[in-house]
Design a protein around this ligand. Structure first.
Ligand code: ADP
Ligand code: MG
Length: 319
């Protein structure tokens, strides 16, 4: 059972990047407007996410790291298909407590005292403390008890690159929030509320942000770069669906390229940040544990909307 449990936890948390993503999604679900991430030792030594969101009420905090005890699932099971929060499995904190040591401090703005939870494996202790409103979750010594898992980890530098890229995607898709990423005590990325163009400046620098055009169509908003700002790789093409960054299906990338038509040199990819809004019932955000893969019921229709929106944005700005 011990082994089975660790394997199950490993499905949810297989590397520090997963911890960062799950903790950020929880913070977004909690309505945070300020999200701060700290990473040490490539995330294996420490991942900490501090938010100013709703906090967890003292009466339910002892359930936070209990498997499947999510507060986000309505009693109607069918509601799971239409869920609009970013996570509803109730497994992330549980898995983090299995794979490492979980330390959570939380206080809803309406409560006077804060709660502190320490969880590791089956051991959970809850105590009272004081803290600002919001939640700070720290996961330390990830996989310390799992040498096999530890051996297959990327180098700290490679993991930090991935974490930085992930944070960049969150900034690009949620430019209205405050963000900060600190790596081994050094600030790597900061962003104060702005529009998408401002987020491009925070992530890629002002030269890039001066070369993007706004996209503003029904269900598709964001920015695309002028045709001269291109790269051979598609690593600056970003999509979100209903607020969550997703790994774009190739069909959507292709739709963007088609929107440029002749304007884009062959083999070149633009920078784009496109936020797609679809009806919740057309979108299953939980097809993959890492929850980055997106399943859209009507992909051809969405792709057509993207192609049109990009073409319109380029047509509206004589180059
Ligand atoms: P899920 O997000 O799928 O519900 P998690 O294991 O990620 O499950 O979190 C468990 C529960 O802990 C959440 O349902 C939520 O009630 C609470 N929680 C976790 N992180 C936060 C946070 N940053 N702010 C407020 N509540 C949180
Ligand atoms: Mg969650």
């Amino acid at each position: 059972p011990e082994v089975a449990r660790l394997i199950a936890a490993g499905e949810v948390v297989s590397r520090p990047l997963d911890v960062v993503r799950e903790l950020l999604e929880n913070a977004l679900d909690a309505g945070a407007t300020r999200l701060e991430v700290e990473v040490e030792g490539g995330g294996l030594r420490l991942v900490r996410v501090r938010d100013n969101g709703s906090g967890i009420p003292a009466e339910s905090v002892s359930l936070a790291a209990v498997r499947h005890a999510t507060s986000k699932l309505s009693p109607k099971p069918a509601a799971a298909l239409h869920v609009t929060t970013l996570g509803f499995r109730g497994e992330a904190l549980w898995a983090a407590a299995q794979a490492g040591q979980l330390h959570l401090v939380t206080r809803p703005a309406s409560q006077v005292g804060a709660s502190e939870v320490l969880a590791h494996g089956d051991e959970v202790t809850v105590s009272r403390t004081s803290a600002p409103a919001g939640t700070t979750v720290s996961v330390s010594n990830l996989f310390a008890a799992l040498p096999a898992r530890l051996r297959t980890q990327a180098s700290p530098a490679a993991e930090v690159r991935e974490i930085t890229a992930l944070m960049g995607r969150y900034v690009l898709h949620h430019p209205e929030l405050h963000w900060r990423l600190t790596v081994d005590g050094e600030v790597r990325l900061t962003h104060a509320p702005a529009d998408t163009r401002g987020a491009v400046a925070s992530v890629y620098g002002p030269l890039s942000s001066n070369r993007v055009l706004n996209v503003d169509a029904v269900g598709v908003s964001g920015v695309v770069s002028r045709p001269e700002l291109t790269r051979a790789r598609r690593d600056r093409m970003h999509f979100s669906v209903n607020g969550r960054p997703v790994l774009a299906p190739p069909e959507l990338e292709k739709a963007v390229l088609e929107g440029y038509g002749e304007l884009l040199p062959a083999g070149a990819a633009p920078l784009c940040v496109l936020n797609l809004t679809v009806a919740p019932e057309d979108h299953n955000p939980n097809v993959h544990p890492a929850k980055q893969v997106v399943a859209l019921a009507d992909l051809p229709d969405v792709a057509a909307r993207v192609r049109e929106a990009v073409a319109e944005a380029l047509a509206a700005h004589p180059l």
